[in-house]
Design a protein around this ligand. Structure first.
Ligand code: ADP
Ligand code: MG
Length: 703
């Protein structure tokens, strides 16, 4: 796009091929422009010096002015370290190097004065700083003149060992600015918007984001860059939403007929909640409107989304269309298939299941019946996406627990009919408002904000691992009352061997404590063959097994109402959303349910907070807001893919809600005035959008 994007970092003084390769592989920066858009993640005030005894928090960065009074090389060979005693005139703090020991020992000598900068840690009650940045008093003084605010850049381990520290990156930035002169940076927003919203120019913003003149300038720079980032996302979303409604006419479901009415009147064993009724009405209005529906259905675990999905599929059937339901796992697809078939049996509806493990011999006939329309509802996994799966007249696609599917996969369902089917995406992960606005700005959202009546809120308890004995007694009591229990082990990386060992030894332990024939314990995990998994799951679902030892494969959707206890081992290793999802596996029946979070005694502050939140509330929205605040949106369970798709560099969805609102209004106004961005004054927008969208999956047009 600009000259900056064609200038490669390799040619920058001080970079060279090795560092350039690291920058490319670690942070994806190839050109000057890429690098300039690698922003500091925080700033520290380098104009203030701290005394050792003033260090109150070990969490923040400090800079200390002092003199090296003692230097020791400790240990041998690879485990050798350098320890310096650094004296600030009153007290000493230890400075430590584990890497580059020889280099540091040669450079930093007793008697020399330095400004040491870093994050103190407490070890055995004494403070130290590992790998501090060291500057001579002169170097430090020049920083102060630059406004005192210094950017800190994220660096990976690999970068650090390649000498690409935060400080090295700062030098690279300086060199870039020297090489180009900031005025070659083309503006990415039209002049009239810059004026109207009183924004800093791009070149000034980029310069101030790396080297803030002062705090006010830094704020303006941040505001400008955040607003721009969010603005383009919104512009993209709003524009594709418009295109979509223009391009695709929706299938019209004009009647509510026999299937829906009969099922509703005669075959639901309970009353729908008001929230369920409202959502069904919203969907009904959509499918009759002539527009293609793209709706997100949010509802906490156990709120009855599946039933809504079922009724929505019946609407399709009543109008002569087929429907399909896609689930993220084989277990879940199988379970959906079983429960839907059972519920629809009295209506004589043909429901089939297609997964990766459907036998070859069954696949052929099944696909044939699908293509000629005999199969009315197809339930399955991503096997549904294959080209061989051809419908006769697909009208409604339901995607359960959408976060497990990539955007590109969803797009393929659109092609299963000449006129794209209606799409309902169901998710139990409550998405905080700001996130929903960004990720699903073009989706309509329905919320089931009510649980079926009679549910007793789950009691959540936090216990330390040394309390196991008490826990097992409790489980025995529950089992004696006829209940069942889950015991979940963390398996963060399916590939991690140690996790499997934990799971296996956990399973053996549980079997010892709950011996046959009095008890029956079964187990499922992701590495099992589907048939085996199924068999174990069946043992539990049918009530034969009292305890299911499992990994997070059961996190999503499994429904065994008689299970009343969820034990989560090493709960500190799970994120909040995941804990909430897991907890949602119980509390589905009429009995009081319990969730026991087992952790080790030593907990970080953050883990402790997570346990506290979990024991305090059952409210999924509150939990996901907290999760967003604690972890940042990039990490949020279920939103990783979207986070990557948006690739946000500076805006933060958990804290920039207000800027997001401004960005959205701004995008809306621009499009209201100039829907196709053809006006001369919007030329920049068009150009920038085009360059942004190059090579990116067009996620905006898909659900
Ligand atoms: P979700 O998919 O939202 O987690 P499900 O659809 O699996 O929830 O429903 C959980 C349980 O609640 C199921 O056993 C279902 O039969 C039951 N259920 C659904 N709607 C109602 C209702 N209105 N009243 C009572 N029970 C309901
Ligand atoms: Mg469900």
């Amino acid at each position: 796009m600009s000259e900056l994007s064609s200038k490669e970092l390799t040619y920058l003084p001080g970079v060279g091929p090795k560092k350039a390769a690291l920058l490319k592989s670690e942070i994806g920066a190839v050109s000057f422009e890429d690098m300039l858009y690698y922003f500091p993640y925080r700033y520290v005030d380098r104009s203030r010096f701290v005394k050792v005894r003033e260090i109150a928090s070990v969490l923040s960065f400090v800079q200390i002015k002092g003199r090296i009074v003692k230097s020791d090389l400790i240990g041998e060979g690879r485990s050798q370290r350098l320890s310096l005693q650094f004296f600030d005139g009153e007290d000493c703090i230890e400075l430590i190097w584990f890497k580059g020991v020889k280099f540091a020992a040669d450079k930093y000598k007793v008697g020399q004065e330095y400004v040491a900068f870093g994050k103190p840690t407490a070890f055995n009650g004494r403070l130290n700083i590992v790998h501090p940045e060291m500057e001579t008093p002169n170097e430090a003084a020049s920083k102060q003149q630059m406004g005192g605010l210094q950017g800190l850049y994220n660096t990976t381990e690999k970068m650090k060992s390649g000498f690409l520290t935060s400080r090295a990156i700062q030098k690279i930035m300086l060199n870039i600015f020297q090489a180009i002169g900031k005025y070659q940076m083309p503006e990415t927003l039209p002049a009239y918007l810059i004026e109207k919203y009183n924004l800093m120019l791009l070149c000034d913003a980029i310069s101030n984001i790396h080297f803030p003149k002062n705090e006010v300038a830094l704020r303006s720079a941040q505001f400008r860059l955040k607003l721009e980032e969010l603005f383009y996302i919104q512009l993209n979303i709003l524009r594709s939403a418009k295109n979509r409604t223009k391009r695709f006419k929706g299938l019209v479901f004009s009647t509510i007929g026999y299937y829906f009415n009969t099922f509703y009147k005669d075959h639901i064993p309970f009353d729908l909640t008001d929230a369920q009724k409202r959502v069904i009405r919203e969907i009904r209005a959509d499918v009759a409107s002539g527009k293609q529906m793209n709706r997100l259905l949010q509802g906490d675990v156990g709120s009855g989304k599946t039933l809504v999905a079922l009724m929505v599929m019946l609407m399709a059937l009543d109008n002569g269309f087929q429907a399909c339901l896609m689930a993220p796992t084989e277990i879940l697809a199988t379970q959906h298939h079983a429960s839907i078939s059972e519920m629809l049996a009295p209506l004589g509806i043909r429901v089939e299941l297609l997964t990766g493990s459907t036998k070859r011999s069954e696949r052929g006939p099944l696909l044939a019946s699908l293509a000629n329309g005999e199969i009315q509802i197809l339930v399955g996994t991503h096997a549904l996406l294959e080209d061989a799966v051809v419908f006769s007249n697909l009208g409604m696609v339901i995607i359960d627990e959408q976060h497990r599917f990539g955007v590109a996969q969803r797009a393929r369902l659109w092609d299963k009919n000449v006129q794209p089917p209606h799409v309902l995406v169901m998710t139990a992960t409550p998405i905080p408002r700001t996130l929903a606005m960004t990720m699903y700005g073009d989706l309509d959202v329905s919320v089931i904000d009510q649980l079926p009546p009679g549910r007793k809120p789950i009691q959540t308890i936090h216990r330390y691992e040394n309390n196991r004995a008490g826990l097992y007694d409790f489980l025995k009591k529950q089992i004696a009352e006829g209940r069942q229990a889950y015991i979940v082990y963390p398996l963060i990386q399916e590939s991690e061997k140690s996790d499997y060992q934990n799971l296996e030894s956990g399973f053996e332990l549980v079997k010892e404590i709950f011996p046959e024939p009095q008890y029956r314990v079964c187990m499922v995990h992701g590495k099992m063959k589907p048939a085996e998994k199924d068999e174990q799951m069946q043992l539990f679902a049918s009530g034969v097994a009292n305890i299911l030892v499992a990994t997070t494969v059961i996190e999503v959707g499994v429904n065994v109402p008689n299970a009343s206890v969820m034990v989560i081992e090493s709960a500190e290793r799970f994120g909040l959303s995941q804990l909430h999802q897991l907890r949602g596996r119980v509390g589905r029946g009429a009995n009081q349910s319990f969730c026991v979070l087992l952790t080790s005694l030593k907990l970080s502050t953050e883990s402790r907070q997570r346990m506290e939140i979990m024991t305090r509330t059952n409210d999924g929205f509150e939990i996901s807001e907290a999760d967003l605040k604690m972890r940042g949106p990039g990490d949020l369970d279920g939103t990783q893919q979207s986070g990557v798709a948006f690739n946000m560099k500076i805006a933060n969805l958990s804290t920039d809600g207000q800027i997001l609102q401004i960005a959205r209004d701004m995008a809306q106004k621009v499009l209201d005035e100039d829907p196709d961005l053809t006006l001369e004054k919007n030329y920049v927008l068009n150009k920038h959008l085009a360059s942004q969208n190059k090579g990116v999956v067009s996620w905006g047009v898909i659900s």
